[in-house]
Design a protein around this ligand. Sequence first.
Ligand code: DAH
Length: 365
Amino acid sequence: MADLEEILKDVEPLVAQSLQAVSNAAGLDELDRIRVAALGKKGSISALMAQLGSVPADLRKEAGARLNTAKVAVSEAIEARKTALEEARLDERLARERVDVTLPARAADIGRIHPVSQTIDEVVAIFGQMGFAVAEGPDIEDDFHNFTALNFPPEHPARMMHDTFFLPEKADGTRHLLRTHTSPVQVRTMLKQKPPIRVIIPGRTYRCDSDMTHTPMFHQVEGLVIDKTTHMGHLKGCLIEFVKTYFEVDDVPVRFRPSFFPFTEPSAEVDIGCSRAGGELKIGAGADWLEILGCGMVHPNVLRNCGIDPDEYQGFAFGMGLERIAMLKYGIPDLRTFFDSDLRWLKHYGFVPLDVPTLSGGLTR
Ligand code: DAH
């Protein structure tokens, strides 16, 4: 027969010791070890309960109640501690894994936008604001669209000046060619669309030429406006506005110099003011001029070749080299580097993908 006093004298210290251990437990694993040590099959409180059977029947009830109270006290303390530890663990995890949604997106590792693409986006943003739509045409052209419809007479030296890449001759004696300028898309646009027309045409162009300032493939952007009363004043206003917005310089002087193109009459070349003081090129008022584009009023022959009556309609056109205006704006010294596919160059001169140029948000940031 177990001695009741003997059993119960151990209960209080056991409970006190367990509660102490529970409140000191630093983690869930440790807490579980304490639970097993007190309440598990071979635990200290369970061991006392196992002795109940040998307590005299008249005392067993009271002894059982006291042991049960002890067991409940320890298991409730363990539960409470468990909840507190779990909450602390969750808080710590939430703090550790917190995402600051106001941080800027990390764009550095996802590549760069090539200066040619950036320049096309900027030009499209500027002319888009003025109401121009974007038109496109094929890189492989025929003689009609690239030359004849644009009023280049047969055997005209301008055809030679373009250093054309011809494709092999076909059975009928004609040869396709790689377009030497974006102007054939003027022809394609006028042939399929009735005036009013207001388009810009960015695209690749090809000439058999290669040095510091020429590559066999390069890019141009063409503009075409056809309406009933469009005149040279509109051409000037439109291009001056473009130059100021594109170069982000308000006081840039713009000069229209008489020139010749078969497809425009009158024709002009446009120069912008710059300074080369201290060996550094700066766009804006200065002692020097830089040529940036060709333009003019669309020649009546061209309108006629495209099925538009020159007695009813008139308009202007312009064309410029995209690499050239990119080199001037971004200080890129050598044209050939545009097409070297050198990632270090792209990292240096390229643009962050998320900075899409807009007039409201800024062309370049
Ligand atoms: N097509 C010309 C060239 O490649 C550029 C040009 C000049 C285009 C005058 C035009 C223009 O539309 O009006 O040199």
